[in-house]
Design a protein. Structure first.
Length: 76
């Protein structure tokens, strides 16, 4: 019983309420309220290299694309 999506696994054990309860307790992903995955880029959805200073909320790759439009200037 392997599945990439947790919901598919619930379909496989549909008739067994005790197994469903145990599976939901130990295997379903939990909602995140802290850590790296809570902050996502507003443009592309990446979670890494997030710039939240000044309320920008974009990743560094998207920041390089839109920096001049926002008003940042590159020196040197």
């Amino acid at each position: 019983m392997t599945a990439s999506d947790p919901k598919k696994m619930l379909n496989q054990i549909a008739g067994k309420p005790a197994k469903i309860k145990r599976y939901e307790k130990h295997n379903l992903p939990r909602p995140r309220n802290k850590g790296e995955t809570t902050k996502k880029c507003e443009r592309c959805g990446r979670t890494g290299a997030h710039i939240s200073k000044y309320g920008i909320n974009v990743c560094r790759q998207c920041f390089r694309e839109v920096a001049t439009k926002i008003g940042f200037k590159k020196y040197s």
